[in-house]
Design a protein around this ligand. Structure first.
Ligand SMILES: [Fe+2]
Length: 523
């Protein structure tokens, strides 16, 4: 027996790993989270050995193995991904990563999500970990402890104690453009992410959006998400459709994203069993409460209509390093701001997973009427979803070392009892009841379009006899190509004769505030 093999046997006996040539382990979703997962690491062409029985680091005892499916590189960090499929839903899996030289990682474990939409789920939503205490010339960004990096690590340690079913991470991992050593920042981020692994080796999958501090394809190359810039996943096979939009792309003029999002919403609405919930996360708030950003008009004009029409109930935002949650709200008629509306959408944010603190823009008499509460502190949100309701809590990064660690691996479980919650004037949780089960009946099905596909025109028919408003048509590039008013009408003819063949999005907007969109194909 060679000496390296002897060392390996000793290491197994001692439960240690031999300085494996793999590190920076991550889990992500590319496909159905009930039966697949991606194991990612930095290092060489290792093999993942896995199964539903815990064999510790005895890699040869695991019944399954998977070699590298994809190699990628970003900022000088070489990432490897093994895509595990054919897994059993709602099941614990144990695995090790054995590198090309034979060294074996620690034994990790993960849990697949359920394939039953009646099962609950609980996940963490947060963003803006950034990268610590920074000085830019005379400008110093501040954290309460004077060390943002430590604040981020507190949040990561809380993940390990909470044991969420997954983490919806909402962008701005590092500073990137501002500092010169991006490789060091990403290495630091990936190393610090290992703090989220529980003491018994349990790891937690992530979903990702791109923030303004990431380069294009960073998320794709570092975590192996299914599409390069935006994507969606099904949670518990019909409980939740979760969208990861990319706010670095213009919401209107980037028609690839807009068309994909619109089509996906349609595909997941007009089905026999639409998802019970639709949630969206994207990095930059549509109307920010912090840091002077205010309104992002392209998102308000081209995304919020879709959110409202297709029954999105929760939007998760980040970017400005403050904390807010809203009352249910809808966009106002001029598309310049939100107004409270019981049938509207709850927006939460805005990214304070350790990033330097900023200030609130609208306070006192200027406070927005749709803001339920707002403050500035380090946190992420804990969101529990079942068929009937969604419960949102905001977890402070306080008292982390004394929080009692959850030990259960049940899906949808509650927070540890002594976790420190944000407890503002309007209470420490938000409950959203699932009354519409997907489709927002208050704002849809009041109009129809025919013929579709069409050669030269469509007729828009409205359910009421007398209506006033306008028809707006966007082309496949998201550009407005027609804006036609109507008065006291039930049927409006829209001439598409001079338009090129292709896909168009026709929006019907009544003066009562109803909005509905139709995908129209011009032959
Ligand atoms: Fe940002």
């Amino acid at each position: 027996m060679k000496i390296t093999n002897l060392m390996f046997v000793f290491a197994l006996l001692l439960g240690l790993n031999l300085n494996a040539a793999t590190s920076q382990y991550t889990l992500s979703f590319r496909d159905d989270p009930s039966n697949s997962i991606v194991v990612g690491w930095s290092g060489d062409n290792a093999t993942v050995h896995y199964g539903t029985t815990d064999f510790g680091t005895a890699f040869g005892s695991y019944p399954n193995s998977k070699t590298v499916d994809r190699t990628a590189s970003a900022h000088g960090i070489n990432r490897k991904f093994a895509r595990l499929s054919g897994l059993t839903p709602n099941t614990l899996y144990y695995f090790v990563v054995r590198d090309a030289g034979g060294a074996v990682s620690a034994r990790f474990k993960f849990k697949t999500l359920s394939d039953n939409p009646n099962d609950p789920i609980a996940f963490i939503s947060g963003g803006d970990t950034r990268d610590g205490f920074k000085v830019f010339g005379s400008y110093v960004e501040s954290c309460p402890s004077g060390n943002c990096l430590e604040q981020k690590r507190k949040g990561n340690k809380l993940v390990a104690k909470i044991r969420p079913d997954f983490i919806a991470f909402n962008g701005d991992f590092i500073m990137n453009q501002v500092t010169s050593n991006t490789t060091a920042e990403w290495n630091e981020w990936l190393n610090d992410w290992q703090l989220t692994i529980s003491s018994d080796g349990r790891m937690y999958p992530m979903t990702f959006t791109q923030g303004n501090h990431e380069d294009n394809q960073d998320v794709y190359n570092l975590f192996d998400v299914p599409m390069e810039e935006y994507y969606a996943i099904n949670v518990n096979n019909g409980l939740l459709r979760l969208y990861m939009l990319n706010s670095e792309l213009n919401a209107c003029s980037n028609t690839a994203q807009l068309n994909w999002f619109t089509t996906d919403l349609q595909n997941y609405t007009n089905t026999a069993n639409p998802p019970k919930w639709k949630f969206v996360q994207y990095h930059i708030p549509t109307f920010a409460m912090g840091n002077g950003y205010g309104l992002v008009s392209d998102q308000m004009s081209c995304w919020v209509n879709l959110f409202e029409q297709y029954g999105v109930k929760l939007c998760m935002e980040s970017h400005t390093h403050i904390t807010k949650w809203t009352l249910p709200c809808k966009k106002n008629s001029s598309e310049t701001d939100f107004v409270p509306d019981p049938d509207g959408i709850v927006y939460i944010g805005e990214g304070n997973w350790g990033a330097p603190h900023r200030t609130l823009d609208f306070t006192g008499n200027n406070a927005k009427p749709y803001i339920r509460d707002q403050e500035v502190f380090d946190n992420f949100f804990y969101i529990r979803v079942n068929s009937n309701q969604t419960t949102i809590q905001c977890v402070k990064f306080d008292n982390v070392d004394n929080v009692t660690a959850n030990t259960s691996d049940d899906l949808g479980k509650e927070l540890p009892s002594n976790v420190v919650l944000w407890n503002p004037a309007n209470g420490n949780n938000i409950v959203i009841a699932n009354e519409t089960n997907g489709l927002n009946e208050n704002s849809i099905s009041f109009s129809s379009v025919s013929p579709n596909p069409t050669k030269n025109f469509v007729k828009v028919k409205l359910d009421k006899t007398s209506n006033s408003g306008k028809i707006i048509v966007y082309n496949a590039l998201g550009k407005e190509v027609l804006n036609q008013k109507f008065d006291n009408s039930q049927e409006i003819k829209v001439d598409l004769d001079k338009m090129y063949a292709g896909t168009y999005y026709l929006f019907v907007k009544t003066n009562e505030g109803k909005v509905e969109s139709h995908r129209v194909v011009k032959l």
